[in-house]
Design a protein around this ligand. Structure first.
Ligand SMILES: [Mg+2]
Length: 398
């Protein structure tokens, strides 16, 4: 017996086969309503406190910029990796150091996907911050989706538009799928209700509501592709919208990647067993875990830069330009001679000398092994920032 019924099944035909598509009931969960039992209330408290610590860690001046830069990229890479994008954080930073950043020009589709994610996030945040911009709505998510899918695999799949055909998750057709989302004709209704709940005034705490909305979004699966990424981006937007975190510093996707099977299993269990509380337990654990890890990481990065600064200052023959470059490295952990020329406004020989000095001081290391178009990375910084962003999937039991 499921704990509660979370939607209805609708018979629909696809390719001559009859299948049961699921149409979720509107949020919040009812019959029974969400029970914030002791365990869940404790989880909520831990997650909220961890977010406060992360918000404070972000206030370490002047490093907020570094953390936003690094952590947003970390989230973009990992959220894209969850379903198979092969780009790593180092691929992204190396591309950006080459003067890239424009998704269109990226050397391969995987880096392009991650650049799109950054564009999409920046777009959505800017709209929300602008009093005349779009509110948190399906229109905003559609525009965000359009940016996410620009010129990448899935670009043929109605970017920016709610689907007009049946989709499915797992399997080769709806008939053998793990899950069949609502039929297209039901989308206007369920998305209308979804949007309404984003702004509804109910007694549930905003963090809980963000968790509910993520599942509801994945259950509706409004697009032909990109639902996972938009649904995870939605969590970031909701945290900011409800002032739980004023900057996108929480790379929650790392938790979802680490526990990917459990993530999918719990999404399923909400629909099949009405297991909302179990999902929330998982989600809040994720928020607390990643917020604490991000705080530790921010401290560690900050301490590293402080220690390295001392070393740089003590290095014989250190120059002003090299010092200036050193201060820019956390925002530009991979550089080239060309990028340094722009960054510090120096001539080519001066830029080259600054790099050489930082190499000699043990800060930068050449990464390409080439004679021309060489890249230099702030290795110790990257080693710390990239934890969890490599391709081999590190899974650990929770
Ligand atoms: Mg996909």
């Amino acid at each position: 017996m499921p704990k509660r019924i979370t939607g209805r099944y609708e018979r629909t035909t696809f390719g001559g086969e009859e299948v049961a598509a699921f149409v979720p009931f509107a949020l919040p969960p009812a019959d029974p309503p969400i029970e914030l039992n002791d365990r869940l209330a404790a989880r909520l408290r831990l997650a909220s406190q961890a977010l406060v610590r992360l918000e404070l860690a972000g206030e370490m001046v002047p490093s907020l910029d570094w953390f936003i830069y690094g952590f947003v990229r970390k989230e973009a890479v990992i959220s894209s990796q969850i379903e198979g994008t092969q780009a790593t954080l180092v691929d992204l930073l190396a591309y950006e150091a080459q003067g890239g950043g424009e998704a269109r020009a990226a050397p391969n589709a995987d880096v392009r996907e991650v650049c799109n994610y950054l564009d999409a996030l920046a777009y959505a945040r800017a709209e929300l911050a602008d009093p005349r911009g779009l509110p948190l709505s399906m229109r905003l998510l559609n525009q965000t989706h359009e940016r996410l899918m620009r010129g990448v695999r899935g670009a043929d799949k109605q970017p920016g538009e709610v689907r007009t055909s049946q989709n499915w998750i797992g399997g080769s057709r709806p008939g053998n799928a793990a899950y069949v989302p609502p039929p297209p004709h039901a989308l206007a209704e369920v998305l209308g209700a979804f949007e309404k709940y984003v702004h509804a005034d109910d007694a549930l705490p905003p963090l809980i509501r963000a968790g509910l909305l993520h599942v509801q979004f994945e259950t509706i699966h409004p697009y032909l592709d990109g639902n996972g990424r938009v649904g995870r981006l939605l969590v970031t937007l909701l945290l900011e919208h409800s002032n739980l975190l004023t900057q996108p510093l929480l790379y929650l996707s790392l938790f979802l990647k680490r526990h990917r099977e459990e993530y999918y299993r719990r999404l399923n269990a909400v629909r099949v067993d009405g297991a909302w509380e179990e999902w929330l337990d998982f989600f809040l654990d994720g928020v607390a875990t990643i917020a604490d890890e991000a705080v530790a990481s921010a401290r560690d990065l900050f301490a590293l830069v402080a220690a390295d600064r001392t070393r740089v200052l003590a290095h014989e023959g250190m120059s002003i330009v090299a010092l200036k470059l050193f201060e820019l490295l956390p925002r530009h952990p991979v550089v080239t001679v060309a990028s340094v020329i722009k960054l510090v406004g120096a001539t080519k020989p001066t830029a080259g000398r600054a790099i050489d000095l930082l190499v000699a001081a043990g800060i930068l290391a050449e990464t390409t092994g080439k004679k021309r178009e060489r890249s230099f990375a702030y290795q110790a910084y990257l080693e710390r920032l990239r934890v969890g962003t490599d391709l081999e999937r590190s899974r650990s039991p929770r």
